[in-house]
Write a new protein. Structure first.
Length: 381
């Protein structure tokens, strides 16, 4: 039987439950007969050019004209934990017609669900987004939120700005939907701020969500000390340190970065180079295959800032895109998973005698509201 892609429509769906990279899964598939002929029973065959998905198939019964059937395909993948090998593009062959479909990285992010703090002081791992003003911290936050949604559209939720008009003036926490993870967005680092020990107060959990960059600790000492019992729930377990690639060519900024980086070294921070697509635009298509220019940039950062090369990552954020791309999501996933692994190790070091507790259902996502200037502060303890 001779068919064309106009005669059939194949709709695929994400697994009911997220899976880890290297874990096989069952996929729901709907096949629509758009022709006036009966489509005989045959097998639907799936494979991938990358080899990540092994060749597999499922029996499809005969389909009457203009009707549809639903089948469930057991998709077999290469048993690997290497995120670089993960590829979501699957080619389906049905009655000689080949159709390509892809699934968002969200479907393969099940490994993130396994990170669960086991001490009663913290219900989630806290990861602080810190760095130079205008270094795309809020854009990265949007990319993380996009990664963690099962839809195909990009999310632009957090305030995004830069320089003197940067929107992040408050310490704001974001509880990630479905995960035991809280990201803390901060105001950008300049030579004129973080002068009153704010960074250390932030790291040890003394500062609540809603804290304004212009506040002074002594001004609210009584209120903060009254709530010091909840400080453990806000203590930071990992640091993502953001710097634009252009900062590497400015001596005053590199001096500021090195001085500040030393203050967070005990948490084994990750350095995230941003705006690298200004150096090589092709990184937006293949972040996991950096060009020689990007590799040289990372080596320069390691040399100038005196930090290990393997602790330097490049971010590729959603900017004007309306639709997700698997490449950007996979790069964001790799950064988030690495940060969680570091957070877990720092957490174990802090509570070495504690035993893991049973997994609990993570709370729903909530986003704290930043207080308006010149009003009584609203802190979230």
């Amino acid at each position: 039987m001779q068919l064309s892609s106009d005669d059939i429509q194949i709709d695929t769906y994400c697994p009911d439950k997220k899976v880890a990279v290297g874990e096989s899964f069952r996929k729901k598939i709907k096949i629509h007969n758009e022709s006036s002929k009966v489509l005989p029973a045959t097998r639907l065959v799936a494979s991938s050019q990358s080899g990540y998905v092994r060749k597999c198939s499922v029996e499809v019964p005969a389909i009457k004209p203009y009707e549809e059937v639903t089948v469930y395909l057991d998709v077999r993948v290469q048993p690997t934990s290497d995120i670089e090998l993960c590829n979501s593009v699957i080619t389906y062959e049905y009655h000689g017609v080949k159709i390509r479909r892809w699934a968002p990285m969200y479907c393969f992010s099940g490994r993130l669900d396994e990170f669960i703090p086991y001490n009663r002081d913290a219900s989630s791992y806290n990861i602080v987004l810190f760095g130079i003003a205008g270094a795309s911290k809020s854009s990265f936050l949007n990319s993380v939120i996009t990664l963690l949604t099962p839809h195909y559209t990009a999310v632009h939720r957090a305030a995004v700005g830069g320089g003197e008009r940067h929107n992040s003036r408050h310490l704001v926490k974001y509880d990630l939907d479905g995960l035991n993870v809280t990201l803390w967005d901060t105001w950008g680092l300049t030579p004129n701020n973080y002068q009153n020990g704010d960074l250390q107060l932030l790291l040890d959990g003394s500062l609540p969500s809603g804290w304004d960059m212009d506040y002074v600790y002594d001004q609210f000492r009584n209120q903060l000390e009254q709530n010091s019992g909840t400080r453990g729930s806000r203590a930071q377990h990992a640091v993502l340190f953001f710097i634009p690639h252009g900062s590497l060519d400015k001596q005053d900024e590199t001096d500021l970065i090195k001085t500040t980086f030393d203050q967070v070294k005990h948490l084994n921070p990750m350095l995230l180079l941003t705006r690298t697509d200004e150096v090589d635009p092709t990184i937006r298509r293949s972040p996991n295959k950096p060009s020689a220019d990007i590799v040289d940039l990372k080596r320069k950062a390691a040399r100038v800032l005196n930090i290990p090369f393997n602790r330097i990552f490049t971010t590729v954020n959603y900017t004007v895109e309306r639709e997700k791309t698997f490449a950007i999501d996979r790069n964001t996933y790799e950064i988030l998973q690495t940060a969680l692994s570091i957070a877990e190790q720092n957490y174990i070091s802090k509570y070495p005698q504690q035993r893991p507790r049973p997994a609990a259902s993570p709370s729903s996502a909530t986003t704290s509201s930043a207080p308006k200037p010149k009003q009584a502060p609203t802190f979230v303890f």
